[in-house]
Design a protein. Sequence first.
Length: 147
Amino acid sequence: MGTAALFTFDEESSNWFQGQEEDVPGVLKETGYYLGKPLYNYSINGGIYLIGLFTKNEDWRKTGVLLISSATTVGLIQTVSKTLVGRARPIANVGKASFEPFSKEAAYHSFPSGHTILAFTTFYAVGKQFENPWVKGGFYTLGLLSR
């Protein structure tokens, strides 16, 4: 039911969010962009692990392991899902209901978003390290930033 509702307003909500881009501070856009790129994401996650390893800080090390394992798991799920779902990217200009499952064309590997999954997973794992619900919520909100 929820998926159907979201699908109904998909293009309208996408256009609305894209129209807000000018008002978003550059630092937030950059954060979402870089955390969604596997190269940067794994570099940050690996760095957190190495800090914990070299400083013998168990919390940092465990957080690094959580970050790396989470990113790897969702990356695999996302890659398989994109091929199975085969939803067209907006730049394909074929509409929101255009699907070609198992397509080898990048134009049909839109859903789910790899950038969004990596950014959210990173901030979710970091947010889990805090007790304060406001701090957790802040990190979870930052995880919604992606480009």
